[in-house]
Design a protein around this ligand. Sequence first.
Ligand SMILES: Nc1ncnc2c1ncn2[C@@H]1O[C@H](COP(=O)(O)OP(=O)(O)OP(=O)(O)O)[C@@H](O)[C@H]1O
Length: 638
Amino acid sequence: MIGFAFTIIPAGLTMDLVHDREIKARYMLRLNGVGFHIYFSSYLIMMIGLYMVSYIGLLIIVAAFGVKSLIIPQAFGALALLYFLYMPAAILFSAVMSYMFDKSETARQFYPNLVTTLGFITYTIVALVDMLVEGSDVNPAQILHIILTIIFPPYIPFGLMYYINKVYLECSIFNTCDNLSASDYMTTEIIVLFVVTVVSIPTWYLMLRVADSIKLGGSWQSALWMKSPRKTYNLDQLQENGVGVSEGEDDDVKQERENVAAALQDTSSTSPVLIYDLGKTYKKDTGKSNPCKRNKESEQFCAVKNVSFEVKQSQVFGLLGPNGAGKTTTLSIMTAEESASWGKVQICGENIQSSLSSVFEVMGYCPQHDALWQNITVAEHIAGYAEIRGIRRDQVKLLVDMYVKGLEIEEHKDKKSKDCSGGTKRKLSYILSMLGQPRVVLLDEPSTGMDPKSKRFLWNSILSSFQDERSAILTTHSMEEADALCSSIGILVRGSMRCIGPIQHLKNKYGRGYTLEVKVKPNRAPVSISNASSPSHVISAEKGNSIIKQVQQKVIETFPNATLDEQFEERLIYKVPQTDVMSLALIFEMLEKIKSDGLVDEYALSQTTLEQVFLQFARQQEEEDDKEENGDIVSHIS
Ligand SMILES: Nc1ncnc2c1ncn2[C@@H]1O[C@H](COP(=O)(O)OP(=O)(O)OP(=O)(O)O)[C@@H](O)[C@H]1O
């Protein structure tokens, strides 16, 4: 029972750690400045507190129930001391084991049972082997005991119980001693337990550093303070390797890459964000191959390919694209949640690969999925993160009030996050990303699930927040939102940047200029049933046709390259290229003229919307996906 109790307590830690990673709170905390040591030492303190309560309780039970083999002072002392030393080793071991799980539910179901069962089974095996093969020269139970003590700490509480009892039993049953002294307990097995437990504390600590570093996109070398073999992302090397050159690439995308390369070389550049030829490959789940150009040997799927862009000061840059285009992956690389397969990310002059903590100091992140703790209230979340961000305590309350008022969530302030609506949670995630006024904020679909009024509040907040030297990258599926907030956008399709630039430039370039819709004046004489085929009706229809022809004539004279996109009865819809629209004043003059001449009833001239531009690129992704499914292409980029 005692062995079980001491094995199961640290197992609880595993679930909390897995949960933090599952809801991405671990990444959010790291981004807000909570490093490895602060994060794990706070857990360690909490767990030691819990462990101490159980530890003292169990020692009291052992003493109170007078378990003979354990209340001998030397045995009790050994038990108390070893279980005390075992505490940090067990907690660190559980923390390392937490990296075996991605889902807290799976960890909850399996880990405590697994660890206690294995602890008990290994103890039983050691005891059986010890009893059955006693007397031989080589003691296999002892070897097994040493191995298990080293590699499997949950065995330690069971192992100690067994060997303390063994000393007692040998003494009392076989009368090998009169009075048990401390030296009787100095058996090889018990000494091994003490030595290994002490040595395993730094060992499991290092293992935890390694596991954590690998999970967070780092290397095991950097966790052990060694020089990381991580690619240096030397710009010249990247260019020599032909990175960035894609056939049929858009001119603006090419130009942007060159601009970024120049800005990276320029030490006086003030660009808050420079992304150069970023690439990310994942192992492909399906049997089909989609080999990435840079990784020919393995079957890899390119989630982000050679993406380059620059975000300037006081700019909100829209990173758009259909589902699965690679937007979140790009942001995850910027927050070091994922490691880049190649490329370079520079935030406020700092390279993300080498100066992570400096980058995090200037960055805020509103992730796509709210990284919130279920049982913590809205106000507590804001206050907690504000303090982590180093905001003075006396200002925290003011800040909480300011934000909850500004985003109209005052009545939800004291609600636990699990009781909040999706929109309120998004607002809270947005608030957390803005705390401490970071210079670069990544907003991954911040308005998802918000009602139109809340959206406007959020938009106003975003617009007013990024007018100074601060900048943001926004991903959204709402073109209305992108149009309202972004000064410049880039559209990703299947991981590649397909177009980039100011919104108006893209509308002009990819949109078909303007859409002209005219409703020709109906010119039919009222027709009665009896004279439906009379000459007057024919004349009227001919007259109507001639009016349409006149209107068409006028339109073509004004817009020589316009194309009739649709005609329904008297309604004509033209696509007018940008080049034909030299002066809006002249166009409206012409349209007013044909209206006053009685040729048209009404007209509308509208610009191509961002949505229309986006849909063109979204269609590209659909077509390429279809082609890939049919096996026509194996990679969308040559
Ligand atoms: N950890 C991963 N392992 C394997 N593939 C992944 C992983 N993360 C993302 N992907 C794949 O990479 C591609 C890009 O995903 P990503 O989430 O970046 O797209 P997105 O543009 O953000 O999409 P959405 O608009 O739906 O959020 C997708 O095909 C996705 O399935």
